[in-house]
Every structure is written in C-alpha cells, then in structure tokens.
Design a protein. Structure first.
Length: 418
C-alpha cells in the first residue's frame, strides 16, 4: 500500500524535498537570490517574474530561462500558480505586493527592510495573520558567522548580562550603492536607517534580547548634497556604475540620482525594553566598508574586527588599560556563499519553512521592530532630535508570530482553502 504524503493548506507536500513553484517580484540586483535558492534546492523552480521595466523583464529570461512567465505586476505570479514568492522590489512597494500575495494564499519572502513605515509593516503582518500564509523576512545577518559567533558568546555568558550594544557602520560604497538610484529618495526608502540600518537594529535587538521602546536620532545630508552632477540611472544596475577607484573621494562622485534627500550620516540612540541601551551610527562616505559591533556586559565585552574569515572577535574580561588583542581572540568562521555564507543558510531556511513550517532564526516580529525603531528614529532626526516612543505591536500579532505562525483557527488550512 502506498502512503499518500501529508499536505498543507495549498495541497503541497510537507516533505522538505517537495517541488516548489517560485515567483519573483522586482527583478533587480537582489532578485538573484531567487535563482540561487532554486539552484541550491534542486527541486524548486522559478516560474514567474513581475517587474514593469523592460530591461528587468529581459533579464528574467536570462536568469530563469525561456519558459519563465514575465509580466508587469503580481498578477503574473498568481496566474502561474506559485507556491511562494520573493519580494525584492524597491522598499516602498513591499507592503502592497506582499499583502496581495499573502491574501492570495502565497507564502512570501520579503527582503529587508520589511517596509518603510510602521503602518505598512503592521499591514504585512496582519495580512499573514488573517490569511494563514507564511511570512518570512530576509534578515540574512542572523546567519552571518560573525554575528552568530557574537551571539553564541553572549548566550554562553562570556560577558555576563548584556547592558549596552554599540554599532558603527562604515558604508564605504555609499555614494555608489545608495545615492545613484532610488535609494537616495525618501519617497522610496524613508531613511537609510531602514534600508541599511534595519539589519543592524535587528542584530542589536537580537544580541541584547529585547526591542527598542524609545529612540532619538540626529543626522543630515552633509556631503552628497554638495555634488550637483545628476543622472537618471533607472535603466541600469549597480554594477554598471560602481567603481571604487574612480569614484573617490566622495566629492568626486558624478551621476548621483536626480533626487537626493536622504541623510548620508545618521546617529541614533535606543532604550530597549529590558533596560539595555544601544547606539547605531552609519556614514556613507567612509573609505572602508564594514560594520563594527561592541557588546558590553556585567563581566566583559566583545567586539568584532572584520566581518569574514580574515577577521576576529575579541573578548575583554579582565581589568586592564589598552589591550589590542583583548584577553581571548576568536577567529570568524569561513563559510562559503554570499554575505559571508549567510545567504545560502537564509534561503534554505525559507524554503524549509514554506514546506514544513519549521522554526526560523529570522522573525517577522523582529523585522517589524527594526522598522519601527528606524522609522521613529528618522522622525526624531528630522525634527529636533528628541526621544520618541516606538509604537507597540498589536499583542495578538506578536503572539501569533512568536508561536511560529500557528493558531487554532489555522490548524486545518487545507480544509479552509478547499
């Protein structure tokens, strides 16, 4: 007798090796992760791509093959009968696109940041809650070896109880990556505190074990506002204009986006709900490109120097004056793949979550809290820099997602959809 495989609400097998039909919304630079996910998985396949730009549509056939369906909007994915979708469109489009897919019964990977406003982030979570479709947010830094190493040291109690977290982000390619296309416009990103800082705010919250309740910020457009040479690059990709030799120093940049109204330096402070204090600073005109985290506890501190296998995490746990290498030094593991090995882990986790509902390291609640802290900090930065409360999440939504996106009335989703 042949045993029929268990299926979920869409009739998909819950076998982690079952075939998945994938779609992509927004076929820009980051959309390559959909191809990598399918290629690495072996049995998942990208069958539809939505993007209104002709060049992005041509690129879809190059990336995913001649059989892929291509269209201007989400409708092409729904017509193709996809099981899951990658939303890698400009940040301000995430909410409308993700909500439509979720309410249509499609499981959704939303690239970070989840949204550009607190209201839109909450709208996405509510759509997943009400539909029962699975929501995943691409906070790949939770899978980066350097962050996991620091998290392990914290969890092992090597610095005692965490009391403070500091992050400095030196965005050495800022002029090329964030001031020559839609990233330079508040209308599309709100603030780079979300587009870039959402990663770091999430990591700060994760290392501290809590979320921000009150934030303040200062910053401004201090360098790139002086560059008057502007170019419409809407038909290009980042790799076509990024040049680390030619485009230096920052005031030598040419061809910035026609609209530049986001800050190129931002500094925010956070008070978390467990009493931890944190700071986050990003600068988009530094010569070097990396992040530096410091975590201070009641019995020591840790700090990373570098992000990949050439770097280390250092622990200080004895009283001293300047000690360059700390008291213990931990090499950062070498893991193959994009973002120092984070992307393959992230993509495998998403596909397993779609197939089986398995627990994930990433969290829609945490992604929402990163947006809430960043958006509130942007509001403070553009006012008088005063501290503002971070809007709380609906307790019902929090409980649902923290329970792994399961609740009683979603227990038999296949019966509901039938």
């Amino acid at each position: 007798m042949i045993t029929q495989p268990e299926t979920d609400r869409r009739g998909l097998s819950t076998d982690r090796h079952a075939t998945l039909r994938l779609g992509v919304v927004g076929n820009g630079n980051r959309a390559i992760i959909a191809k990598r996910a399918a290629d690495d998985d072996g049995v998942a396949v990208v069958v539809a791509v939505a993007d209104p730009h002709p060049r992005a549509q041509d690129r879809a056939f190059e990336r995913f093959g001649p059989e892929v369906r291509v269209g201007d909007d989400v409708s092409v994915l729904l017509d193709a009968g996809i099981d899951a979708a990658f939303v890698t469109s400009p940040d301000d489009l995430h909410a409308d696109q993700a909500e439509r897919l979720l309410r249509a019964g499609v499981d959704v990977f939303v690239d970070k940041p989840l949204a550009t406003t607190v209201a839109d982030a909450d709208r996405i979570l509510r759509a997943a809650y009400e539909s029962g479709s699975r929501l995943y947010v691409g906070h790949n830094m939770r899978h980066m070896p350097v962050i996991r190493l620091m998290r392990d040291l914290v969890e092992e109690g090597r610095i005692g109880e965490v009391k403070a977290v500091w992050c400095r982000y030196f965005v050495g390619d800022g002029g090329d990556r964030f001031f020559k296309d839609w990233h330079a416009e508040r209308a599309h990103v709100n603030s780079l505190l979300l587009q870039k800082g959402a990663h770091d705010i999430d990591v700060i919250h994760w290392l501290a074990g809590a979320y921000s309740t009150r934030v303040s910020a200062m910053g401004g457009l201090t360098v790139y506002g002086e560059v008057t040479d502007r170019t419409d690059r809407s038909g290009q990709m980042v790799g076509e204009w990024l040049d680390r030799e030619k485009n230096w120093p920052p005031l030598a940049q040419t061809g910035l986006n026609p609209v530049v109204d986001v800050e190129d330096i931002s500094m925010m402070t956070m008070r978390l709900d467990n009493g931890v204090f944190a700071t986050y600073s990003e600068c988009h005109y530094t010569p070097d490109y990396w992040r530096n985290y410091t975590v201070i506890g009641t019995e020591g501190r840790i700090e990373n120097f570098g992000l990949g296998p050439e770097g280390v995490v250092r622990l200080w746990n004895r009283r001293s004056e300047y000690a360059e290498h700390g008291d213990v030094e931990f090499p950062i593991p070498d893991v193959e793949g994009g973002h120092h090995g984070a992307d393959p882990r992230l993509l495998r986790e998403f596909l397993e979550f779609v197939r089986t509902g398995a627990p994930t390291e990433t969290s829609p609640v945490a992604a929402r809290e990163a947006v809430a802290a960043g958006a509130t900090a942007a509001e403070s930065m553009r006012a008088d820099g005063g501290a503002l409360p971070v809007p709380p999440l609906d307790p019902a939504l929090r409980a649902y997602f923290e329970a792994g996106q399961r609740r009683a009335d979603h227990a038999d989703r296949s019966a509901r959809d039938a």
